[in-house]
Design a protein around this ligand. Structure first.
Ligand code: FAD
Ligand code: NAG
Ligand code: NAG
Ligand code: NAG
Ligand code: NAG
Ligand code: NAG
Ligand code: NAG
Ligand code: NAG
Length: 543
């Protein structure tokens, strides 16, 4: 049966189809149970002779099954021997493979997980509590850039680095506002909102999406016109996996200068970090839209006269992208944010594409082709949570946070300033509701590199404790959260009788008042809740 699974071989099914199917089943019977058999039978039966699906099917008995599964596991927390493995993986090469997957999974009542880049923080695209299979999109990654019209069609299996690189090859003055990490997949990123360091100027990725292709629960391929404005609205921030399989998005390119400026300045408490961070709160969400200043706060050892004395301190790292030159930036900063003390020598003028390297901690003198690399710079065990801040935190409040962080040591905060374009777009424009009124988004991080449940529990607990401590400083009723920072602590859906009530719990945190519209759309396009997961949009409760 080896040849059946070889990813590099395709088999012409047209003439030998009946014989082939017979052979196929006699081989596979020994290694998998009958549930798989009828499912595979159905897949083969539904694939088009011109695009055989067999070479895209990987069952656990296939020698490359583990490497296919692990290729897009981006959180080592879900790479353990006890993590439930899929029945099989379908590495779709053609739209008909997606259609067959949906039709057959529905028929056999199998849970489908859709994976594009695999960066889901909770592994929702490749892990499940119930028997499941993975529809893997990585082969479907074409990027067609139309500079004349300033648009591009990008397939969901593409990663952000490939999108940026391909746009830049066509035009140095065009870009796209999306996430910082080049290996993040288009499928999850865009369907969940997608933000990056140009959001204060251009909004989210989904604010720049103008068309899409989706395969619905009936296996129908739809575009914006045929899916209608409701579904098109939902898959721009509501999470694609609740509604269908998104095949591609058409994006509007944005104009960027040929040269941009980046810097990173770090300050510890001994270097007045408290005062500077206090000022940052007032400056970063209000300054020129061309300027984005991310703030990372972590705990480091105190270094005195070149040696560590055993004490811990807080460090603020100010990382910035300015869509302009360094002279303009320095004078803007001196006027609006003098306490940071930015000097021209702190600034690096570079191309927008190289600024992506800078932001992801890659040496910017490296060839930009590194953005095409599908292996991330590093893999970790990790946990993420999110929050939104609507009022600046007092100095006393900040000092309490520092004390808590030093006590916990190991939980990191990322502050991403909003304002600018983000505040101009109405909160109902897309499912993503966190617009005007939010000063910045908080991301809680714990990263570790040791296997084991105890270590994981310890680190996850750190993020929970810090999140709990932050309660007085962040949004409430609801406490808002960002879907792309998937956090199962907010609640899990068992997709049973109580699915609507379970869904409401995390749903209003991710979507606020947009939750109800998402539920209506879900009920219309997928009434039997085929497209479901641990935090999907539920259908309306039946009356
Ligand atoms: C290192 C790292 C950096 C990040 N940086 C940013 C950032 O700067 N900005 C930001 O906004 N987010 C960021 N994120 C979060 C990221 O945007 C989300 O995790 C996103 O969902 C990942 O998309 P993916 O395709 O890689 O993930 P996947 O794990 O493949 O998918 C995520 C979710 O989307 C669903 N899905 C995937 N593809 C499809 C499809 N084709 N159709 C329907 N549903 C689909 C999956 O089923 C799953 O529920 C980052 C994550 C990581 C790990
Ligand atoms: C094969 O597909 C046809 C329709 O395309 C259907 O009638 C038939 O029942 C299918 N057979 C199996 C085993 O799925
Ligand atoms: C994931 O787990 C497998 C099996 O234990 C192991 O071989 C592989 O190295 C792991 N991947 C990473 C990136 O650690
Ligand atoms: C730009 O769009 C127009 C209208 O949709 C189309 O006719 C034209 O071919 C497009 N340009 C390119 C280069 O594809
Ligand atoms: C910290 O701020 C004080 C008062 O604003 C100033 O006098 C001092 O020089 C600053 N220290 C550093 C290290 O910048
Ligand atoms: C910080 O200090 C601890 C001991 O308190 C040490 O184990 C650790 O390696 C130090 N970290 C760095 C980055 O120097
Ligand atoms: C650090 O060096 C300064 C002078 O260079 C000295 O006055 C001070 O005592 C030193 N501190 C420690 C902790 O060694
Ligand atoms: C973290 O762990 C401690 C000790 O096990 C526990 O008491 C506490 O409730 C946990 N905190 C959170 C927020 O989960």
């Amino acid at each position: 049966m080896e040849f059946l699974h070889s990813p590099n071989r395709s088999i012409k099914l047209s003439l030998i189809f009946p014989i082939f199917v017979l052979l196929f089943f006699s081989c596979i019977v020994s290694s998998t149970n009958s549930h798989d058999n009828t499912f595979i039978h159905c897949l083969v039966n539904h694939s088009q002779p011109s695009h055989p699906i067999t070479s895209s099917i990987f069952t656990p008995s296939n020698p490359t099954f583990s490497s296919v599964l692990e290729a897009y596991i981006r959180n080592l927390r879900f790479n353990t021997s006890t993590t439930r493995k899929p029945y099989l993986i379908i590495t779709a090469l053609h739209v008909s493979h997606i259609q067959a997957s949906i039709i057959c999974a529905k028929k056999h009542n199998l849970q489908m997980k859709i994976r594009s880049g695999g960066h889901d923080y909770e592994g929702v695209s490749y892990v499940a509590e119930v028997p499941f299979f993975i529809l893997d999109m990585f082969n479907l990654r074409s990027i067609d850039v139309d500079i004349e019209n300033e648009t591009a069609w990008i397939q969901t299996g593409a990663q952000l680095g490939e999108v940026y690189y391909t746009i830049n090859k066509k035009s140095e003055i065009h870009g796209f506002p999306a996430g910082v990490c080049p290996t993040v997949g288009v499928g999850g990123h865009l369907s969940g909102g997608g933000y990056g360091n140009m959001m204060r100027k251009f909004g989210l990725s989904v604010d720049n999406v103008i068309d899409a292709q989706i395969i619905d629960v009936n296996g129908k391929l739809l575009d914006r016109k045929s899916m209608g404005e409701d579904l098109f609205w939902a898959i721009r921030g509501g999470g694609g996996a609740s509604f269908g399989v998104v095949l591609s998005y058409k994006i509007k390119l944005v104009r960027i200068p040929k040269r941009v400026t980046v810097f990173q300045i770090r300050k510890t408490l001994e270097q007045n970090a408290s005062d500077i961070i206090y000022n940052w709160q007032h400056v970063a969400p209000n300054i020129d839209n061309d300027l984005f200043i991310r703030l990372i706060i972590d705990v480091v050892n105190v270094t005195q006269n070149g040696t560590q004395n055993g004490a811990k301190t807080i460090r603020g790292s100010f990382i910035s992208l300015f869509l302009g030159d360094s002279k303009t930036l320095v004078s803007l900063m001196n006027e609006k944010f003098p306490s940071l003390g930015l000097k021209e020598s702190d600034c690096i003028e570079t191309s927008w594409l190289q600024s992506v390297l800078f932001w992801t901690n890659i040496d910017i003198t490296k060839p930009v082709e590194i953005l095409l690399d599908r292996q991330p710079q590093s893999l970790n065990y990790l946990k993420r949570k999110s929050d939104y801040v609507k009022k600046p935190i007092s100095k006393k409040g900040l000092e309490g946070i520092w004390k808590k962080m030093i006590e916990l040591e190991g939980a990191i905060l990322y502050f991403n300033p909003y304002g600018g374009k983000m505040a101009e777009i109405p909160s109902t424009e897309t499912p993503f509701p966190h617009r005007a009124g939010n000063l910045w988004k908080v991301q809680y991080q714990a990263n570790w590199n040791v296997a084991g449940k105890d270590v994981a529990d310890y680190n996850i607990n750190l993020t929970r404790q810090l999140h709990k401590y932050m309660t007085p400083f962040v949004s409430k009723n609801p406490r808002e959260a960002f879907l792309n920072y998937k956090d199962l602590d907010l609640g899990i859906n068992h997709n049973g009788k109580n699915s609507y009530n379970e869904g409401r719990v995390y749903g209003v945190e991710y979507f606020k008042d947009n939750f109800d519209r998402l539920v209506k759309i879900k009920t219309k396009v997928d009434p039997h809740n085929f497209f479901r997961n641990e935090q999907s949009i539920p259908t309306q409760p039946s009356l």
